[in-house]
Design a protein around this ligand. Structure first.
Ligand SMILES: [Zn+2]
Length: 383
């Protein structure tokens, strides 16, 4: 059964010099208009205690160069700023921040009847035309918007949001629970342990090495009383660090995409623990393992892929004692009986041998299936 979805495609761009200048201008103008509108809003609020409803058009008279860039890019800034404000007013935290040059340089434009389009080897954008590009996948469907960005190592990307169609995957009759492992990335209720890929830890070692060199070059520049922006060795090394970092991010994402797709393809119900990552990262011992393994990115992927492909992702309450409960008989250990370093235990009640992580993932699956049944019964009851 086909299903309509919005999918983002990330495409590497190879702009020529003129196009690079246009992008730099666009990043600069969107950053300028964001910062200017934000500071005017703050000033207005301090004076009048009401929100200033400003628009990019109001600034075009005073700053004529704003007309040189895509006006939709500026309109999107206004929308993003409004969204940031409303998030802040709803939640009470995360007040919009000023943007700095070189940090997430990007702008977004919309497709208006073909103003954004793709050919075999180019992406067409408003005001600048065709940019050479390399496509990892074929793009089918209606392009809604394009976000152009430049990474700290100097690579350009277009992220195209495309209205496309996916086929719902066939049911397999198999369900699975998964737990975040400490040494492994995840542990499945069928006993499979999925390790963090080796190449990731190799890249991480490389990152540490390159960062040490960067720290040395910072020290040298300081000793010579040179600005970092004037130190060529420092700048070269900074790009090297950024490149390794980007490689890690991309490789990790790739790994998570493949893994989440395989789980969705092979199972109908996937049960996971709804972890409180912020609370856990405060615990220093766990911090590296958790941030490395990108649990929240992974569950986000599982979530939308389950929806796309007609499967179910069930989140089990994070207070559910999945580690301390025996999956054989339901016997509950106390916290003192199961300290973190204990990797396997024998149940005092039924004598079942429990691998800590596999046992937890079996419990997560059972609890998840219970919740899934409740949901189904609830839905039928209402009908
Ligand atoms: Zn037991």
């Amino acid at each position: 059964m086909p299903k309509q979805i919005l999918k983002a495609y990330k495409i590497r761009l190879y702009p020529n010099e003129e196009q690079q200048i246009f992008f730099a201008k666009s990043f600069g103008c969107t950053r300028f208009i964001w910062n200017r509108m934000l500071s005017d809003k703050i000033d207005h609020y301090n004076e009048h205690k009401t929100e200033l409803k400003n628009t990019p058009a109001q600034y075009k008279k005073e700053f004529e160069w704003l007309k040189e860039v895509d006006s939709l890019a500026l309109a999107n800034v206004q929308q993003n700023l409004r969204a940031a404000y409303s998030t802040f007013f709803k939640s009470g935290f995360g007040f919009p921040k000023f943007k700095k040059k070189g940090q997430r340089d990007s702008y977004t434009t919309n497709n208006q009847k073909g103003t954004v389009a793709v050919t075999n080897n180019t992406v067409k954008l408003p005001k600048i035309g065709h940019i050479n590009a390399k496509f990892p996948n074929k793009i089918n469907g209606l392009i809604k918007s394009a976000t152009i960005s430049k990474t700290p190592s100097g690579k350009y990307y277009a992220s195209l949001l495309v209205e496309t169609v996916v086929e719902v995957l066939p049911k397999t009759g198999s369900n699975i629970g998964l737990d975040l492992g400490l040494t492994d990335f995840i542990v499945l209720s069928d006993g499979t342990k999925v390790a963090n890929p080796k190449f990731l830890s190799k890249l991480q070692d490389r990152l540490t090495r390159e960062q040490k060199i960067l720290a040395k070059r910072t020290a040298v520049a300081k000793a010579d009383q040179r600005k970092l922006s004037d130190s060529r060795n420092y700048q070269k090394q900074k790009i090297k660090v950024a490149k390794v970092y980007e490689k890690i991010t991309n490789t990790r994402k790739d790994f998570l995409h493949k893994l989440s797709f395989n789980l969705i393809k092979n199972h109908d119900v996937i049960a996971v623990e709804d972890l409180n990552i912020k609370g856990m990262v405060k615990n220093k011992k766990l911090a590296k393992a958790i941030s490395d393994s990108s649990w929240s990115t992974f569950t986000t992927m599982l979530n939308y892929k389950a929806e796309w492909y007609g499967k179910a992702l069930i989140k089990v309450d994070r207070w559910y004692p999945s580690s301390k409960t025996c999956s054989g008989c339901g016997h509950l250990l106390t916290k003192a009986e199961l300290p973190l370093q204990v990797r396997s235990w024998s149940c005092p009640s039924c004598q079942q041998k429990n691998d800590r992580d596999i046992n937890a993932s079996i419990n997560i699956l059972n609890e998840g299936l219970k919740l899934a049944t409740l949901k189904t019964v609830g839905a039928t009851g209402l009908a």
